[in-house]
Unconditional design. Sequence first.
Length: 92
Amino acid sequence: MRELRDDFITDAFRSVQTTVYVGCASANDIDFGLAVAVLVDATIVRTVLVPSTMQLLRDRNWYLHSFLKWLPEFRIEAGEAREGAPAVGGDD
């Protein structure tokens, strides 16, 4: 059986959501606005803005502010954790 990718599922959800909003647009102007917002988010934001900013920022995408240092460090790859921080995940 073919595995569904996350982007396929979210695209399908967005198309259903937009169809419902457009179908209800005759009853309410807010539904038309929601349909436009979902389409703009699905096309412009997620396909153009997010990949381009990730390409421009590179490693700075994953910068963690100092006030969030209390969060546990989660590593998928095997490796050494910060000194004093418990290793969460990985092959430890």
